[in-house]
Design a protein around this ligand. Structure first.
Ligand SMILES: *Cc1c(COP(=O)(O)O)cnc(C)c1O
Length: 359
């Protein structure tokens, strides 16, 4: 590929982060969350690299199929469960585990004729109000689960937290209390924790944890950096300078002429833009590394190009390396400048880019 933009995936860092999760939650089994093409890092690549995980969590049947076709034999959990009764056939064929979270899914399981009983995770809505059986229905639902012939007796319980990335939101405690009530007296395996809860709430580690973002070396909290948590960024989005402009004081840069040079200065043009998944809303001043030195984005991001203030790198020349996020430049920081979250930036990296594996 002649276009110099590429995504570098550091497999060593990925393995390191899984190890780090084990250190933080030594008594829990790990369901590595690899939905959305492993947060943009490549589904099969990540599953192969994280072969030490105890299970994988995916969003949909297509992702599970992709993993099985690549000979991944580890347990795979379908996070949203079946959407239609026919899905159960593929679920049995692919030997998937499923989360069930509503009445419809329980009914199709009760009515189906399956060759084998399924490993089911029953999701309780303890306060996030997205997926899950309501608290007041939990007892009745669990009775039906226990007597359903298509569900293995070793069913598991789960819930998902709305505010685990905040240190003291009372909703988190409320959700935990609600979940404890539902689990009381039941001898089943349970799971609550996403990455933020793995880091913030050891009391929520349970038999299973479900880290996603932290595996990719990114912090789910705005006030705690990945580096301080000893996580290593896995994805680096990089490109090169394709031209250098020597502009005069007052000259505008880019679409809308939104930025003007405060003095005579060099401006670099990078061969990457929102067509690659760089956020168009990134503000002027968003950090960019040119030859490992911090420079700033100026003007609006274009589809295939970005313009950079090169006053910190006046000697920079065509072909010099530019890092948009990743190693030495946390994607969390770019997300902040673009009014979004790192999850969205990672998932949005365009598949047209060349992906290179390292480590
Ligand atoms: C995405 C997801 C996770 C992982 O969340 P992170 O914040 O990325 O750790 C865990 N559990 C469920 C049900 C999810 O959908």
């Amino acid at each position: 590929m002649t276009r110099p933009s590429r995504v570098v995936i550091d497999k060593q860092a990925l393995k390191h982060n899984l190890q780090r999760v084990r250190e933080l939650a030594p008594h829990s089994k790990i369901m590595a969350i690899i939905k959305a093409d492993a947060y943009g890092h490549g589904l099969v690549r990540v599953a192969n690299t994280l072969s030490d995980a105890d299970a994988f969590g995916v969003a949909c049947l297509e992702e599970a199929e992709q993993l099985r076709s690549a000979s991944i034999t580890a347990p795979i959990v379908l996070l949203e469960g079946p959407h239609k009764a026919v899905d159960l056939t593929s679920i049995v064929q692919l030997q998937l585990e499923i989360i069930i979270h509503n009445e419809f899914q329980l009914e199709i399981l009760e009515q189906a004729t399956l060759d084998k009983a399924l490993q089911v995770w029953v999701k309780i809505d303890t306060g996030m109000h997205r997926l899950g059986f309501p608290l007041e229905k939990a007892a009745e639902v669990l009775k039906r689960v226990e007597s359903c012939k298509n569900i293995k007796p070793s069913f598991r319980l789960m819930t998902h937290l709305a505010t685990a990335n905040e240190n003291d939101n009372p909703l988190t405690k409320q959700q935990l209390d609600n979940f404890k009530q539902v689990c009381f007296g039941l001898d089943v395996e349970k799971t609550i924790a996403n990455s933020a809860a793995v880091i913030n709430f050891p009391e929520m580690h349970d038999e299973w944890i479900r880290p996603g973002l932290m595996l990719y070396g990114v912090s789910p909290m705005t006030d705690r950096h990945a580096q301080e948590l000893r996580l290593k960024p896995v994805m680096t989005l990089e490109s090169e300078l394709i031209t250098i402009q020597r502009l005069k004081k007052g000259e505008p840069v880019g679409y809308g002429a939104t930025w003007r040079c405060p003095e005579d200065m060099p401006v670099g043009v990078v061969a990457a833009g929102y067509g690659d998944g760089f956020p168009r809303h990134a503000k002027s001043g968003t950090p960019v590394l040119v030859n490992d030195v911090r420079c700033a984005l100026i003007g609006r991001a274009s589809m295939d190009m970005l313009t950079i203030d090169l006053r910190n790198q006046p000697q920079a020349k065509i072909g010099d390396r530019v890092v948009l996020w990743g190693e030495s430049l946390p994607v969390e920081e770019i997300a902040h400048y673009a009014d979004t979250i790192p999850y969205e930036l990672l998932c949005g990296v365009h598949k047209r880019l060349e992906f290179i594996e390292r480590g």
